[in-house]
Design a protein. Structure first.
Length: 296
């Protein structure tokens, strides 16, 4: 590429010995909210990207891989996904995917950072695709922990699209037994709790395993699933949790029938993809089976 030597670069640091570089074509926004550093950039390969505290959150080219994986396996497992709660999800793409289901009568989204929501509306409108204006959407700018402590509604599906529970993350305080008990108390009978659950590659799956071990204390079925997200440059994991249903046990016919009821076309998820999402490699199954630390 003739322009290569003139690029400016967004460098995502994964540790002292690993960095991932993305060339920058333009910067739509760079600034700091009360909670985190926010950037919206344009890249040659992935299009627009949202970056929080130096970490890629989603990209225009492949955000549907992440968001369809987060939402639809759990939603397909839910007996009646009418009332849905999203924790986080500031870009609006998780909200968009939930509202594609015709049975959903209300979707409540709680995100602490109103700046992320407003900047996403301005610079990343494709992510929400009109979901913020849907009459079924209830968007609350506020602390998810305070919301959970005061809310008394029961939800058929709870989706956690929060950042990882790292020590310096604003989401860290939301990953402990007390919070998980509170979340479970907000689930309707037969409900499903699903969360993005960190990385799943052979060299970086320890945090995911710790999250899975913690949630096994609270739910009968805790199923890991994962997929490669190109903009993240690694495998990304999720956890589907329920006392009533094992999301991994859904067959292709059930999933395809579910997908057939969604408004619009899927980009990534269908019955065959569902099987692959839950087909874990041996190294990950071993990591999940090992005893170890939990959040407490």
């Amino acid at each position: 590429m003739p322009k290569t030597e003139h690029w400016q670069w967004y460098v995502e640091s994964w540790g002292p010995t690993e960095e991932h570089h993305h060339a920058i074509e333009s910067v739509y926004y760079a600034g700091r909210s009360a909670f985190q550093q926010i950037s919206v950039i344009e890249t040659p390969v992935f299009g627009k990207m949202l970056i929080l505290d130096g970490d890629t959150q989603s990209s225009q080219a492949d955000e549907k891989i992440y968001h369809e994986s987060l939402v639809h396996p759990a939603m397909a497992a839910s007996a009646r996904p009418r009332d849905v709660l999203i924790l986080g999800g500031g870009e609006g793409a998780t909200l968009r995917e939930v509202l594609r289901h015709p049975d959903v009568t209300r979707c409540t989204m709680v995100d602490i950072d109103g700046d992320v929501v407003e900047l996403s509306k301005k610079f990343l409108p494709e992510w929400a695709d009109g979901a913020f204006g849907d009459p079924r959407a209830r968007v609350i700018i506020g602390d998810a922990l305070k919301f959970l402590a005061t809310d008394r509604d029961a939800y058929d599906l709870i989706i956690s699209d929060l950042t990882e529970p790292l020590e310096d993350s604003p989401s860290n305080i939301l990953f402990n037994d007390d919070v998980f008990r509170t979340i479970k108390a907000r689930l309707a009978p037969g409900g499903v709790y699903v969360l993005q659950a960190s990385t799943a590659a052979f060299h970086n799956c320890s945090l995911h395993a710790k999250m899975a071990r913690t949630l096994r204390k609270h739910y009968r079925h805790v199923r890991s699933f994962y997929t490669h997200v190109p903009a993240f440059d690694t495998d990304w994991a999720f956890l589907a949790c329920s006392d009533a249903v094992d999301a991994a046990a859904l067959d292709a016919d059930h999933v395809n029938a579910y997908c057939g009821r969604l408004r619009g076309e899927n980009f990534f998820y269908d019955g065959e993809t569902h099987r692959r999402l839950f087909a874990l490699p041996l190294y990950l199954r071993r990591a999940l089976a090992q005893p170890g630390d939990t959040f407490s």
